[in-house]
Every structure is written in C-alpha cells, then in structure tokens.
Write a protein that binds this ligand. Structure first.
Ligand code: SF4
Ligand code: FE
Length: 483
C-alpha cells in the first residue's frame, strides 16, 4: 500500500495535461497549485490512514484476488460487513477532512464493473470479466487512485446520444482495429480526476441498439495521449491565492476539485476495454454505479455535517449564546438530520446482497432514498448552521485587515466575543461555516452521485406501489374491483 508521500510523488511522474484559468499547468508541480493542493491533501489521507493502527480495520481489506492486504478503496466488497465498513470509513475520513476525498468514485466504478462484466460474460459469452480482473489486480498491487468517469456532457437532453447534432456529446467509439478502439467525447464534473492515476470510462445512460458506439467502458491513464482536463472554478476559489483564514478549510478545500475531461481521439487497447457495443448492459452498469455511489452519501455527508454541527455549536460558544435554548434546539435538529442521512447509508449496506460474481451490492431502493435525502437535508443542516453562525459568516473583513498594523487592532476589538477566546479563532470558525455551507458545497450535495430526479425515477420504480395498494385494500376490506 502506498503512503501519502508515495501517492503524491507518483502524481508528479504523470505527463497529465491540466488547464486552469486559461493556463496549461506544469504536470510535475500542478499538485502544489493553490487551487489543487487541498484536493491532493484530502485524497492523500485515504493513503495515510491505511497505515495507522486505529484506522486500518476500516481503511484496509484482504484482496480476494491476491490474498494481500490492500487499501479498501481498491477492494471488491466480499460481504455485508465490507459494505458497512465502507460507510463507516467514509464518515471517519470526512470528520478529518470536512470535505470530499474523491477516491470513492473509482472505488464504486471498480465494484460496478466487476459485477456487470461477470453478468455480461454469462449472458453473451464475452471475456470482459477476466480482462477486468487483470486491470483490478494492477490497481490493487500498485494502490492506484482511479477516477470514475460516467457523466457525459449530454448536449440536448431531449435527444438520444446517436440523435445529437454533434456526435461527441456522449463519449463514443470512432474507430475499431485489431489493437483496440479509439474514443472521442468528454466527461464532465470529474471528481479527483487531476490527481488520479487512471480513469474508468462508463456510459452515462441506458442505451438502445442505435447507440451501440456509445456503449463503451474502458480504463485509461489520466495522461493518455489525446486526454486533457480543464479544471473547474469554485465559490471564492481566488482566496486560495491569498491568506489562510479566509479559505475556511485551507488544508483540504471544498468538494472534489472537479474538471472537464476531454477525450480527443484516444486509443484504448482491447485489454482495457470492458464493454463495447453491449447496449443491453449499459443501463445495468449505470444503475449499479449509481447505487454504489449513492450508498456513500450518508457516510461522507454525515461526517461533513458532523463538522458543520461542531462549527455552529463552537460559533455559538464563542459568541456567548451557546447555552440559549433555541440554539440547543437547532443543534439537536442538525444532529437528527445528520443521523437520518447516516442511517440510510447503513441500512442500504445492511440490506446488501451477493451478486452472481460473488461481490456484494447494496439495497438499491434504500441507497436512492438516502442520496435523495442528501439533496434536501444538507440544505436544512447548512441553513441552521448559517442561522446559528450569524451574519458574520457572510460579511467578515479579510485576514489582511486582521493582520494590518493600523486597522488590525480594530478588527480584534470589534469582532471579539466571549473572554478567553481570541478574535482570530472566532473568525476562523465563521469562515469554516461560510466555506462548508456555500455555493459549491451545496450544489455538490444536490447533484453529486446524480441529480434528485434520477433518484426519484429509481425509487419510484423499486418501491412496488401495487403491493402497497393491495395491502391497503385488504386492510380496508375492499371488495373485487371488476364489477
Ligand atoms: Fe466520496 Fe463523498 Fe467525495 Fe463522492 S462526494 S467522492 S462519496 S467523499
Ligand atoms: Fe460527490
């Protein structure tokens, strides 16, 4: 297993092309860029914690392929206990970072492709599963960080991939030869991509036979020829070029450092192709991946919300209103909402089951309900944090003012709260609330792991409404409806 330092050093070996604010970054030093280093630091924690005795039970597992101890982020779930440990691991890491550590997307892509390639081979006599297992062994042996690449740019949403005026709106195969395939298109909102080693491409939607060239899944290095990435902007990101306090979470940043990944005629050898044209299985792969990723959100957002609760309660203490009844009531409400999120992730894991491949899969209904809760309850939790935190969280002067030789003492004086707590601590806590409850973080809770409507479609399909109607009719004593 890599150490955090080995992970960071390995990122410098890549020839990756990343554009940021119109500039092409140097591939060796981009991990130090103020916009990127926080995301690297939080991902690095997924490597570091695997070596620490108190976290190794959650952070590591025994590979079913090699029998070796591996980082859990490269593991294929072998039991319900593995599914539960995943959720507990995510909450534990989030409590340390207060933000996304990005590695779950590839983890979920590995598990979904493991199960779906097996089922494809059973049905179609293909040999994708053996190929995929060789790729998985490479990931496990080298402890690689894999970016999961599902979301296409989608163009006109009312049209299928093959109907788009520009055929590149969904990643597709443009050429096949005896050595492999050439793909073109782009993947959007790519969490952790610029600090990963490999990416796993998957289709983004269920497909019909006309969309055969869009049913492509494959692995490629993030620095493969023809690949480049355009780093996304975040709320207040220019503060990363300035002082530390104004950032709120200077060590780890906000969310996952998302980018647009462009695949401009990229060659992929057959050995790394795990689906090519099997349109009947595209929808299954999308659903598996979506459910595995939605399983996470009560774990990762549960841990993030623990920090938000702690920040709001501390802010109240610093201001001298921590014991007020309405504040206690709001903190209790935040605890209730956070544990509700966590409960869904635990529940969908506890209700997990074995798939034909032997790997374990979550309960899809509960996973979707859990992620749908995140799209709402995080807004409630963050609203309460802003309520408790006060107007300070939106109007504070800068760290530069605090450090200024003439006006600094006035900032110290007029932002002072209770005796015994420095003004600087109070400002730091207000900035943390601003960072964690602001634009980019909220939108990620809404759309990360799929937009609310995507979950609604899945849970309405899975909920078996007819069964509920039959139950109601029986209890009410309804007679036959045929007359
Ligand atoms: Fe993992 Fe959460 Fe980040 Fe998704 S948002 S990659 S589940 S930490
Ligand atoms: Fe996410």
């Amino acid at each position: 297993m890599k150490t955090a330092q080995q992970y960071i050093d390995s990122l410098r070996q890549r020839k990756v092309k990343v554009y940021l604010k119109g500039q092409l970054l140097d591939s060796q030093t981009l991990v130090d860029h103020p916009f990127i280093r926080g995301h690297v630091a939080s991902a690095a924690l997924t490597f570091e914690l695997a070596h620490e005795p108190e976290s190794e039970d959650l952070m590591t597992a025994v590979s079913h392929l090699s029998g070796n101890r591996i980082n859990r982020f490269t593991h294929i779930h072998q039991s319900v206990e593995d599914l539960l440990k995943k959720v507990k691991m995510l909450r534990m890491i989030s409590q340390k970072t207060g933000t996304c550590y990005q590695r779950c997307v590839g983890f979920d892509a590995l598990n979904s492709l493991y199960t779906v390639t097996y089922e494809m081979d059973q049905a179609l006599k293909t040999d994708y599963h053996q190929r995929f297992k060789r790729f998985l062994a490479h990931v496990q042996e080298n402890d690689l960080m894999v970016a999961g690449a599902m979301t296409d740019t989608k163009g006109d949403r009312s049209l299928k991939p093959s109907q788009q005026p520009d055929s590149d709106m969904y990643v597709h195969v443009v050429e096949r030869n005896d050595k492999g395939v050439v793909i073109r298109g782009a993947k959007a909102h790519m969490t952790g991509m610029v600090n990963s080693h490999e990416m796993l491409i998957m289709p983004t939607a269920a497909l019909t036979p006309e969309d055969k060239d869009y049913a492509i899944s494959c692995a490629l290095p993030v620095d493969a020829p023809g690949v480049f990435h355009v780093f996304g902007r975040q709320t207040n990101d220019d503060r990363k070029m300035e002082g530390e306090i104004d950032q709120g979470n200077a060590q780890y940043g906000i969310v996952g450092g998302e980018c647009l990944t462009v695949l401009d005629n990229v060659f992929v050898p057959w050995e790394r192709v795990f689906m090519d044209g099997e349109t009947d299985f595209a929808g299954l792969l999308v659903e598996r991946f979506a459910c595995y990723h939605r399983q996470n959100y009560g774990g990762c957002k549960g841990g993030v919300s623990d920090i938000v609760i702690g920040a709001a309660a501390t802010m109240a203490d610093y201001g001298g209103y921590g014991k007020a009844a309405h504040v206690k009531e709001k903190i209790n409400e935040m605890i209730h909402l956070t544990e509700t999120l966590y409960a869904c992730s635990i529940a969908c894991s506890a209700e997990g089951h074995q798939t034909a491949s032997g790997a374990y899969f979550v309960d899809p209904l509960l996973a979707n309900v859990g992620k749908h809760n995140v799209t709402r309850l995080i807004y409630d939790i963050d609203r309460l944090a802003q309520d408790i935190g006060g107007g300070l969280t939106a109007t504070l002067p800068s760290e530069g003012d605090l450090r200024h030789p003439e006006i600094g003492p006035y900032i110290e004086k007029y932002f002072k709260g209770v005796a015994g707590v420095s003004t600087e601590n109070r400002l730091r806590m207000a900035r943390l609330i601003e960072n964690m409850t602001g634009g980019t973080a909220l939108v990620e809770s809404m759309h990360g792991a799929g937009s609310p409507q995507a979950q609604k479609v899945m849970y309405s399909k899975l909920a078996n409404l007819e069964h509920k109607k039959r139950c109601a009719k029986k209890i009410a004593g309804c007679k036959s409806e045929t007359e």
